[in-house]
Design a protein around this ligand. Sequence first.
Ligand SMILES: *Cc1c(COP(=O)(O)O)cnc(C)c1O
Length: 383
Amino acid sequence: MEKKLLNWLEIDSGAIKKNIDTIRKLAGKRQIAVALKANAYGHGLAEIISLLLKNKKGDIQYIALHSLDEAILARKFGWDRNILIVGYIALNDLSAVFDYNLEPTVYNIETISQLGKLSEKFKRAVFVHLKIETGTNRQGIEPGKIKKAVEVIKKYSHLKLKAVSTHFANIEDTTDHSFAESQLNNFNEAVANIKKIGLKPELLHTASSAALLLFEKTKFDLVRPGIAFYGLWPSKETYLSYRLQGRSNKILKPALSWFTRIIQIKDILPDSFVGYGCSYRTTSKTKLAVLPVGYYDGYDRSLSNLAYVLIKGKRAPVRGRICMNLMMVDISDIPGVKLEEPVTLIGKNDKESISAELLAGLANTVNYEIVSRINENIPRIII
Ligand SMILES: *Cc1c(COP(=O)(O)O)cnc(C)c1O
């Protein structure tokens, strides 16, 4: 007997296909590395890999992951094409780069040296992506250390500089792109230097979703979209900038929906309190529904008394605080609701819908955080 799901996600494979088509159009003939870190932005690493492998066009050659652990899982789930690691691998664990055939992003001389030594020891090639510090001041090798990095790379014949990359600080957050332009100048300068010292990287890459959507000059040879692949816009500003260029707003389709079911319905009196801290008090007779989802599942506690869910195509406001595994919603104005009635937390329900952006706005965060923090134990169903 199939178990009745009480808390599940649906991943719309048609939406993913559409978003891949959009990304392919924006990327032209360039290579594409889809960001699948953070459990594929909460969409499920195994599920998204299975969709990518089934995608007939088969033109996604790279996935971008944060950690060695994610890469090991991706290999286990059958991903046999390129893996770009955008995070950090501990010096002690770098032999895994060879075991799992990974392309690490490098920005420390120590990492480069260690990879060089291992490549010599194993007599095997290793392909690295050198990340340049251009103004984000996150990972990236400072311009003053590039010469040294190149010298180390040249020392080891099996150590190949496959790519040079950087990451923009401020494309998502503003419609003014002058800072991105300055980062691009710094990047181009660093690349020119690297070539002058005698290395020829095969690929240059800088563009995440926002850059891919807005900036032709950032696309180079490979693009690294994440959020757009899942059908979400990087930000309101990116959306506005894109629309101001006079382009279509129908190019991305959100792939993720989140559902649960009502586990209890009760009638409570006026002046009753709801939940921990008695933070909500009824003003009239109220029909309350209890849902088996809480902040452990990734439904942010800051949505307490703020958000709503959808039941029978109608909005049911969250009452009281979000608990660890439970929450309560007001269904007084929704007739005919039964025990185990399905509930939409994110996604469409009849004519109403709740977007990740709506929840992000209420929770004072971004759509990235709303989807990526959905607990990885919740089943993901591909539809
Ligand atoms: C996550 C990530 C991306 C994807 O960013 P989006 O804004 O989701 O498109 C691109 N590049 C790097 C280095 C990343 O870590």
